[in-house]
Write a protein that binds this ligand. Structure first.
Ligand SMILES: [Zn+2]
Length: 626
């Protein structure tokens, strides 16, 4: 294979950087590095492809293709013949129907690295450096031994925290791995005073001579423990924080960061050790989990997200500067998590607004954008070395007003039938169910005989059933306003105008009015049959994504349920795109807002990287120097 010559490119993927907020913080002067990037290059808003959610739009960004072509329709993707409650992971290469920009580069002999980038779930080629993970916000895979966790003294109550055992006045916990089978170190904690006579907790790993002292609400330095996995000992890193230390100094909680093994973080493994030695241990934080459970404060989530931002940016810089990488793609997720959890505090339109601490939420969200700015700050100096830098987001956010459980609508009209019993999630009686929504947002399927495994709708009844569902959606109204809440309903054969075609598109495609969500996982099928849910009513219990329980109230902002150009309150569904580099014209403006299929063609036109085979988007011509 002969190598082509191209200019190095770094693509910084900022999940859910919202155009309105980015522009607000730019105009305040809060994003000086991003401002410098724009000053040296170009900036535009960009619309995502429907539904504007994470896997679809990163697939669009990195292939240049429309969803109908790349085949990623949501977190879960249905192929013909799949059961309607099934689905394939929308973040893995096997689900993609087309080539990505890094695959095109690899087949041309170039060196590529992917850092937590959707569609890159494993190493693909000797010239590919894979760095954790596959870009899914939903959690961890092979690089971590444990996700972030929390230990408590037996008298404390904290959701999902693990109690320690009290032995001779000390507290012990065997830190065994969760994602692999094996054995971890023994942690021992003891309440003590330090030399300044203030209380804290001393900690010890595996009864070593060395002890270290934890002070309340301060993260420890990085610690290392030995983990035995498959007959081999691996050193893994983590940090501890003393929290919930009661005034009597008798009970406490210990937060533990994600536990990772350097060699598991990359493929090839030796790069992981090198990067950890250079920049410190890797974490693929998921701070929302810890904040939801009250283990740590939101600032903590910000700090871990910030740490990952700098780790990723420094790694990208090193790979291009010292190791001759032609293409580095990274994706970073903090802004999406922070907005989902705290948008209500900044937007007067939000049902959460009056209940939240406005200033605190403003600071949290601004700080998350400033972490993005810090990443850009690491990379902007590379513009002096003929490197092209692209910063792009996959969608925006809107305030979340109300949630509709659309499968409950089908249940009320007997299009869905349930099996008896009160299991959660409600069990569908498939041979008697005629239509079903999901797994992808915006898609409803007719349970066709001969197509679905337990299909019951005959071919000559298809149009009837479909017409009935369409009418139900079109007539659905918010009783408070009497306004329709499903803004657009299409038959699958008419959805090509929004980029959806092919076998993976539902029989009916719909989108919601801005601010209303219609997500089948947030508001799943339930026996009560309630269709429109008030988000801030008091609810019992706590549910996780995928458990078949109501979780819409965990999302103060929403994206992807409706028009990719929608604007509402302080939000917009619109994403951002900025580029600078030797072949990017500085200061040029576009007449129209492009969609995200333009990213890969424009990158390739400005760097001479090869275009992926099925790329369909247009080059942003005014941005390219002749
Ligand atoms: Zn996203």
């Amino acid at each position: 294979m002969t190598s082509i010559k191209s200019r190095p490119l770094i693509l910084v993927g900022i999940d859910a950087a919202v155009a309105t907020l980015t522009e607000k913080y730019l105009s305040e002067g809060s994003l000086p590095n991003f401002q410098q990037l724009i000053h040296r290059g170009a900036y535009t808003r960009a619309t995502s492809l429907f539904p504007g959610v994470t896997p679809i739009n990163w697939a669009t960004i990195c292939t240049g293709a429309y969803p109908g072509t790349h085949g990623i329709t949501d977190f879960s993707v249905l192929d013909p013949g799949d059961p309607l409650n099934g689905g394939r992971d929308g973040f893995i290469r096997d689900t993609y129907q087309v080539e990505s920009i890094w695959e095109a580069a690899l087949r041309s002999g170039l060196k590529c690295a992917t850092l937590d980038f959707p569609g890159a779930d494993s190493r693909m080629h000797p010239n590919h450096l894979w760095i954790a993970d596959r870009g899914s916000p939903a959690g961890v895979t092979k690089y971590a031994l444990r996700n972030l966790s929390c230990l408590i003294t037996p008298d404390l109550q904290l959701r999902d925290a693990e109690p320690m055992e009290k032995v001779n006045g000390k507290f012990q916990f065997k830190l065994n791995p969760v994602f692999q089978s094996g054995e971890g170190p023994l942690l021992t904690f003891e309440i003590r005073k330090d030399l300044q006579d203030s209380y804290g907790v001393s900690a010890n790993i595996d009864n070593a001579d060395e002890e270290f002292f934890l002070k309340e609400n301060l993260m420890s330095r990085w610690l290392w423990g030995n983990f035995a996995i498959n007959g081999q000992t691996h050193q893994a890193s983590f940090r501890l924080e003393l929290t919930h230390f009661d005034p009597d100094h008798s009970s406490f909680a210990i937060y533990i960061s994600q536990i990772t093994v350097p060699e598991f973080v990359t493929d090839p493994p030796e790069m992981g050790r090198y990067l950890v030695d250079t920049f410190g241990p890797f974490i693929g934080y998921d701070g929302a989990r810890a904040v939801d459970r009250g283990w740590v404060t939101p600032d903590h989530m910000l700090n871990e997200g910030y740490y990952k931002a700098l780790w990723q940016a420094n790694t990208a810089k090193l790979l291009v500067q010292k190791h001759g990488y032609d293409l580095v793609l990274l994706k970073w997720h903090l802004i999406d998590h922070i907005q989902h959890s705290f948008w209500g505090g900044i937007d007067p339109l939000s049902p959460w607004f009056a209940q939240s601490d406005n200033e605190k939420c403003e600071d949290l969200i601004r700080n998350a954008y400033q972490a993005m700015d810090a990443m850009v700050g690491v990379l902007v100096p590379l513009l002096n070395e003929e490197v092209t830098l692209a910063v792009v987001s996959d969608h925006g956010h809107l305030p979340h007003l109300k949630a509709a459980a659309l499968n409950n609508l089908l249940l009320k009209e007997s299009l869905i039938q349930l099996l008896p019993g009160d299991l959660i999630p409600a069990q569908v009686d498939w041979p008697n169910t005629r239509a079903y929504g999901g797994p992808a947002l915006g898609h409803i399927w007719i349970n066709m005989k001969g197509r679905q495994p337990q299909g019951c709708v005959e071919a000559d009844d298809y149009d009837n059933v479909r017409r009935k569902v369409i009418l139900l959606l079109e007539e659905l109204r918010d009783p408070e306003t009497n306004q329709k809440i499903v803004e657009r309903v299409m038959r699958r054969e008419n959805s090509d105008g929004i980029g959806l075609w092919g076998e993976r598109v539902g029989d009916i495609v719909y989108w919601m009015k801005p601010g209303y969500s219609g997500d089948f996982n947030w508001t799943p099928l339930s026996r009560d049959g309630e269709v429109l849910e008030d988000l801030i009513k008091e609810r019992e219990g706590f549910a996780e994504y995928g458990e078949g329980k109501f979780i819409a109230d965990k999302f103060q902002s929403v994206h992807g349920c409706g028009d990719p150009a929608a604007r509402l309150g302080f939000g917009t569904e619109e994403a951002i795109l900025a580029m600078a580099g030797p072949n990017i014209r500085s200061g040029s403006k576009l007449k129209d807002v492009p969609n995200l299929t333009c990213v890969t063609p424009t990158i390739c036109a400005s760097t001479d990287l090869p275009l992926p085979r099925q790329s369909e988007g247009v080059v942003l011509g005014p941005w390219i120097k002749k």
